[in-house]
Ligand binder design. Structure first.
Ligand code: TXA
Ligand code: MG
Length: 365
């Protein structure tokens, strides 16, 4: 080793070597069981210990995998920003075990937040409320509000309880890349940056939570997600507004939720939404391009189906099923050295809003 080191230029000696890949621990909670198996509890204890010591742990939630740190530990939270290369101006969501923990982090607790927490938590909806003094400024990017969410994943909640602290957790991907819906996606994207990955299998929802600002009346949806406006209106008992669709190409982003800039969630392969995908795919193939295609069943004609340079992926015709597979499909196609990914334009109807939002951002190059 010493002999080898002698050959390393002096300038490189002492430079940190890439970290080894982190351990991945499988965890589960079989349906019907009153408690998880002993190995899962042991894994959660390990993770909770790491989190209390300031470590970074990738955790499953029902939406996407999160990159978690103790939300009350500034240095640990700083580690999240560095690992993701996330701009310091983009605040994090704090994950809680229940509504009581959420209230303990809020400066005040608006009626809309109370109703959403009572009716829709645990669940894929994040409330933005005034920040309490316990929450370090780095979590909220210096802002006076904090985003809080109680995940509908029993193992995530059990981990928060074990750690005994709320967990700041953005999606466990590099900033601007596609969110992970499996532990393997985390390993590929951030493998050398995390201390431990908890693997509970693929995420059920597949896209990030709905974010709703409860500091204004009526409350405003900042990011569309798995829970639709009608469900939020029913919970709140009154109207809920949209903060505005992604601005048209060329316009500056509406800086209401800092993380909803126009380009986001994008695969490395350039992606195009198409209203006439059959013609577009045929054109690209004729041009000698290698094409991936997220297709609704009826758009792939027999003439294209077998083409050697085409990877056509049939996508579900319902928005929840589509959302569940969307990121996993983009991750898989990104491994195939394709020139272009073409996506059939999803329907304009309201239930497709969150999927359209993510695809529009992925296409904004
Ligand atoms: O489903 C999810 O929400 C996942 C899982 C891991 O829980 N998390 C997630 O976190 O998507 P992230 O950091 O990728 O997205 C958080 C979004 C960003 O758009 C951010 O700008 C916004 O929430 N946000 C966080 N705090 C906010 C605040 N105080 N006011 C407005 N927007 C906020
Ligand atoms: Mg994200």
């Amino acid at each position: 080793m010493t002999a080898y080191l002698a050959w390393v230029p002096a300038a490189l000696q002492g430079v940190a070597m890439p970290r080894a890949l982190p351990e991945t621990l499988r965890i589960s909670w079989p349906a019907g069981a009153s408690a998880p198996p002993a190995e899962t509890d042991a894994a959660l204890d390990r993770a909770a210990g790491l989190l209390r010591e300031g470590g970074l742990v990738a955790i499953p939630t029902e939406t996407v995998y999160g990159l978690a740190a103790n939300a009350l530990d500034e240095e640990a939270v700083d580690g999240i920003f560095r690992a993701k290369r996330r701009p310091a101006g983009n605040p994090l969501i704090v994950h809680v075990a229940d509504a009581a923990m959420a209230r303990s982090l809020a400066g005040s607790w608006p009626e809309a937040a109370e109703r959403i927490a009572a009716r829709l938590w645990p669940g894929p909806v994040t409330v933005v409320v005034p920040k309490g003094p316990r929450v370090p400024g780095i979590v909220t990017a210096g802002g006076e509000t904090v985003a809080l969410r109680c995940p509908d994943h029993p193992l995530a909640r059990r981990l928060i309880e074990r750690a005994g602290v709320p967990l700041a957790a953005p999606s466990a991907n590099r900033s601007e890349q596609v969110s992970p819906t499996t532990a393997h996606h985390v390993l590929e994207g951030l493998g050398d940056k995390v201390d431990l990955i908890l693997d509970a299998g693929p995420c059920g929802r597949g896209i990030e939570s709905t974010v709703i600002d409860c500091t204004v009346t009526p409350p405003r949806i900042l990011r569309p997600g798995p829970l639709a406006r009608e469900e939020l209106e029913a919970a709140v008992g009154g109207p809920v507004a949209w903060s505005g669709d992604p601005p048209p190409a060329g316009d500056p982003p509406v800086a209401r939720s800092p993380g909803t800039g126009r380009r986001h969630y994008a695969p490395r392969t350039s992606l195009e939404l198409s209203a006439d995908s059959t013609a577009r795919v045929a054109e690209l193939l004729a041009d000698g391009k290698r094409v991936g295609w997220l297709a609704f069943a009826d758009s792939v004609g027999a003439d294209l189906a077998g083409h050697r340079e085409l990877v056509a992926v049939p996508m579900p015709a319902d928005p929840a099923g589509y959302a569940r597979l969307l990121y996993a499909t983009l991750h898989a196609l990104d491994q195939r050295q394709l020139d272009r990914i073409i996506v059939d334009m999803p329907p304009a109807e309201e239930p497709w809003r969150a999927v359209r939002d993510r695809l529009t951002r992925a296409a904004a190059g």
